[in-house]
Design a protein around this ligand. Structure first.
Ligand code: F6P
Length: 378
């Protein structure tokens, strides 16, 4: 028998992504129109650990937030209640019992958890403890399995493409190689899409360890046929064959490793091998900021509406997912702990290769155009 749903909680966890506010707005409005109260839980699961970190959200509170980046609820990627970072010799503390007690004390019937793989895994653990939760997948990296796309990805790709467009003109003017480092810890979705959309000549992704000599040779070939500039897009998680991922800070305690530096490395190596002037740019958190694109606003709104529908139907332990053209429910247990990487036979990757883009894994298969081979004007 279905329990009547009167009051739900909503939280955002992990790194922010454009569209979080659009999901919160959709959840609050859809819930309210069904006579369900909505409690906003602040800074991820902190809102269920501490007594003063939650507030009632009415449609009035979410009016106008559709177009804003960030999250009105705040977020953290270090708030796992099962292993919460503390200043003791243990390093972490298990607050999961407190979360269960708080859930009941607050009179909640369910929680909608908006987050990436780590946050969804926490939701899954609480579902196993009998706390009804529904997940909404979020990541600009687009690496959550079970959903074709996450909101935030389109915005990140649009921003990175705009940045590449701007770098193109200065690269061409100075006959330089410009290297752009984009986000993507385990998967090269942003690099691949922004690279293709921006007309990059080399795209380096975590799925394909690269050989810098192969990349350099492709860029020098461009020089030989007259294009004396090149654009290289590198995902932060890309690494050279036989090498390792470049870190700003290694993982420690409850802190995951901070990736970064591969753009600078590739830039220096390409400069040394090609003898050309090279520059690099790290787009970093700019990709997570700003207003969501219309695509992400619509997807986020669909996710929020569907999450409330699943709560009303008692379909807990699930995650909403984009399965074009539909939004469906997927069991959380089938999704968490996995990573959706770019398949080696993905059509966009193969098309990019067919167009002459190098991924640093093989020599050019197409004949290189020589200046003399240009069509004569008549
Ligand atoms: O997972 C999304 C992501 O943007 C990664 O691409 C990146 O490595 C990470 O978040 C950065 O997180 P933080 O905000 O902790 O620096």
């Amino acid at each position: 028998m279905l329990t009547e749903i009167r009051r739900i909680g909503v939280l955002t966890g992990g790194g922010d992504a454009p569209g979080l506010n659009a999901v919160i707005r959709a959840v609050v409005k859809a819930a309210s129109n069904s006579g369900i109260d909505c409690i906003g839980l602040e800074d991820s699961f902190d809102g269920l650990i501490e007594t003063d970190r939650s507030r009632m959200l009415t449609p009035r509170d979410v009016t106008g937030i559709l177009r804003f980046g960030g999250t009105i609820l705040g977020t953290t990627n270090r708030g796992n209640p099962f292993a919460y970072p503390v200043q003791t010799s243990e390093g972490t503390h298990d607050y999961s019992d407190r979360v269960v007690q708080m859930f009941h004390k607050m009179g909640l019937d369910a929680v909608i958890v908006i987050g990436g793989d780590g946050t969804l895994a926490i939701a899954q653990q609480f579902c196993e403890r009998g706390i009804p939760m529904v997940g909404v997948p979020k990541t600009i990296d687009n690496d959550i399995v079970g959903t074709t796309t996450c909101f935030g990805f389109d915005t990140a790709v649009a921003f990175a493409t705009d940045a590449i467009d701007r770098l193109h003109t200065t690269a061409e003017a100075h006959h330089r190689i410009m290297v752009v480092e984009v986000m993507g810890r385990h998967a090269g979705w942003i690099a691949l899409h922004a690279g293709v959309a921006g007309g990059a000549d080399a795209i380096l992704i975590p799925e394909i360890p690269f050989d810098i000599e192969i990349v350099a040779e492709r860029l020098l070939a461009r020089d030989r046929w007259g294009a004396k500039f090149s654009i290289v897009v590198v995902a932060e998680g890309a690494y050279p064959k036989g090498g390792a991922v470049s870190l700003i800070e290694a993982a420690h305690g409850a802190y995951v490793a901070r990736l970064g530096g591969i753009g600078a490395q590739v830039c220096a190596s390409l400069g040394a091998v090609t003898g050309k002037e090279t520059r690099y740019v790290v787009l970093g958190h700019l990709q997570r900021g700003g207003a969501p694109t219309s695509f992400d606003r619509v997807l986020a709104t669909r996710f929020g509406g569907k999450a409330v529908e699943l709560v009303k139907c008692g379909q807990f332990g699930t995650m909403v997912a984009f399965d074009p053209p539909d939004i469906r429910a997927r069991p959380l247990e089938e999704v968490v702990g996995k990573t959706k990487t770019v398949p080696k036979d993905f059509d966009l990757l193969l098309t990019a290769k067919a167009l002459g883009v190098t991924f640093g894994d093989e020599q050019a298969e197409r004949p290189v155009l020589r200046a003399s081979a240009r069509v004569e004007q008549v």
